[in-house]
Structure formats: structure tokens, C-alpha cells
Write a protein that binds this ligand. Structure first.
Ligand code: NAP
Length: 273
């Protein structure tokens, strides 16, 4: 059955971070609205990709089907283009095709956004601090939130901890530093965004090396941030590897945090797959 609410979008750029990680931008339909942190369903018909046209494989019937997957949006709700951050899963029907994207290729966008990893879910009064904890491509929704001035105005400190296996896989570091500079100066506080890189499978200068739950329990994440992590003063959002989300959520509960439901509670989570 074909999807409803689908419009074509055109690939405008592609950034390759590693052989298995890339980002791309597409045109944004005028009518498409979303909130920072939300997902959309993106579709590809492999037989229509330039790559397969160049390979003369477009007559392969198996390639002529629409495949859709959920993707969280990296760009801000104010951007004219839509950006996505993707991993290549070797045997994954969708990403093994998407890795061949070229500028000018056409994708399909389902224009109904979804997902509740948004700051609007929290009720006033807001606490002082916002902790954003991500692994891998789970960074995407936080990048979107961090491009919204409201996020910077609402919290005293924003702590972004981002964990990847290797330094090479720690994508978007320069963009995060740009956000620190640009939005930091807009709110007159260059130190508002505290970025904590975590690289777990090789040494990296300035980065922490353990998994998030351990860093929380032994206090090294809080120490690196220079900010205490307290249920009275913090919202915590988790996004990425489902096991990280589960383990970190359970760790936070032992520290007095509770899941956010109907606006009450400090933890909000999204599994990235
Ligand atoms: P990943 O295995 O999710 O690792 C990224 C970071 O998360 C690493 O620093 C890793 O630490 C950490 N991590 C993993 N499990 C954790 C846990 N339970 N608690 C705390 N931290 C944890 O790597 P990835 O490259 O982003 O994802 C690769 C895997 O995800 C592949 O198996 C891929 O097939 C699968 N996958 C991803 C997606 C997607 O959309 N991103 C979709 C489908 C499948 P360690 O080095 O200690 O493990």
C-alpha cells in the first residue's frame, strides 16, 4: 500500500563523514511544518536513483519499489532546507540504497511529522538545566533543538553529551562549536552550551571514554560539565542506541529522575531504531 501525504523532495547536498555515516539535505516543501526534535518518514525508490541509472540496473524489478523509514530532522524549523543524518546498515534495505544518493536525486517526504522528543512536552516552570544525551545518529534531534533560540533562552545551562565509537564517527563537532559561538553570543553567554564528547573505543584528547550510565554513576559526566545533575534542576533527554536509552533511563531513575508523562517528570527519550 502506498503512503499518503507524500510529496517529492530533491537532494541538494551530501556530506560523507565516514564510509558508514553521511548527512544530506533536501528541498523543503513550503507547506511542511515541524517542531525541533520530530521525525518524518522519508521514502526512496532505488530504481529512480542516478546511481542505478549509471549502473544500468534500473530494469531490476526488485529495485522498483518505494521504501520508507523514519528519520529525525537535523535542521531547525526555520531552515529553508531539511537535513538528515544517516548510518549505513550493510544489510538494511533502506540505508544501503540511500548511501548512493547524489545531488539531484528525488526522495519522497511524508509531510506528517511525528515524535514527542520535543521541548514543548515540558511544562512551566522550567528547571535551570537541560541535559541532552546522545549516541551516534541520535544526535540529530538535539542539533535541531539547538538551532532554536528559544532553547537557549529557556535554560541556564545546556549540556550536550555525545557518544560515538571513534573520533571519526563523532560527526558535527565543528557545527556544534559554531552553535556555541553563534547562539552563545545571541544570548550573551558563550559558556551556555557545554559540549562533552565521548569516544568509547579509542583514546581522544579532551573526550570521556566510558559509556553514559557509568559516567553518570561515577559522576565524571557532571564533573566534566561543571554542573550538578539534580532532579530538581534538570530536564534530561536521551536519544540513540535503544540499549543506551534503556540503561541510562534506569540509571537516572536510581538518581531520583522520573519519566515525563503529561508534562510532569524530567526524562524524555527516543530510541533511534
Ligand atoms: P553504537 O553501537 O550505537 O555506538 C555509538 C555509541 O553508543 C558508542 O559510544 C557506544 O559505546 C555507545 N553505546 C552503545 N550501547 C550503549 C549502552 N547500552 N549504553 C551506553 N552507551 C552505549 O554505534 P552506531 O554506529 O551509532 O550504531 C551502530 C549499530 O546500530 C549497528 O549495529 C547498526 O546496525 C545499528 N543500527 C543503527 C541504526 C540507526 O539509525 N542509527 C538503525 C538500525 C541499526 P561502545 O563503544 O561501548 O559500544
Amino acid at each position: 500500500m502506498s503512503e499518503k501525504n507524500v510529496v517529492p523532495v530533491t537532494v541538494l547536498s551530501k556530506t560523507t563523514w565516514t564510509p558508514n555515516l553521511f548527512s544530506f539535505t533536501v528541498t523543503r516543501p513550503d507547506s511542511f511544518k515541524f517542531t525541533a526534535g520530530q521525525f518524518v518518514r522519508l521514502g526512496v525508490n532505488p530504481s529512480k536513483l542516478k546511481y542505478h541509472q549509471q549502473q544500468n540496473s534500473t530494469t531490476d524489478k526488485a529495485l522498483d519499489e518505494d521504501i520508507f523509514r523514519a528519520y529525525s530532522i537535523v535542521s531547525s524549523p526555520f531552515d529553508e532546507e531539511l537535513e538528515f543524518f544517516s548510518i549505513v546498515i550493510a544489510d538494511g534495505a533502506f540505508t544501503s540504497q540511500l548511501q548512493h544518493l547524489q545531488v539531484g536525486d528525488e526522495l519522497m517526504l511524508n509531510t506528517i511529522p511525528f515524535g514527542f522528543l520535543t521541548l514543548a512536552r515540558y511544562q512551566q516552570p522550567l528547571p535551570k538545566d537541560l541535559w541532552l544525551l546522545a549516541t551516534g545518529t541520535g544526535l540529530a534531534p538535539f542539533l535541531s533543538m539547538l538551532q532554536d533560540l528559544q532553547t537557549w533562552e529557556d535554560y541556564e545551562h545546556i549540556i550536550l553529551a555525545y557518544s560515538a565509537r571513534s573520533q571519526e564517527e563523532l560527526a558535527y563537532v565543528e557545527q556544534i562549536e559554531q552553535l556555541q559561538e553563534n547562539f552563545g553570543s545571541l544570548v550573551d553567554n558563550p559558556a551556555k552550551l557545554i559540549f562533552i564528547p565521548i569516544v568509547t573505543r579509542e583514546p581522544m584528547a579532551g573526550a570521556l571514554t566510558e559509556r553514559l550510565p557509568k559516567l553518570l554513576v561515577d559522576g565524571s559526566l557532571q564533573q566534566k560539565a561543571g554542573v550538578p545533575l539534580d532532579p530538581e534542576s534538570a530536564h534530561v533527554m536521551l536519544c540513540g542506541n535503544p540499549e543506551m536509552v534503556e540503561d541510562t533511563k534506569e540509571t537516572l531513575k536510581t538518581m531520583g529522575f522520573v519519566m515525563n508523562r503529561r508534562g510532569e517528570g524530567n526524562i524524555a527519550v527516543e530510541n533511534y531504531w
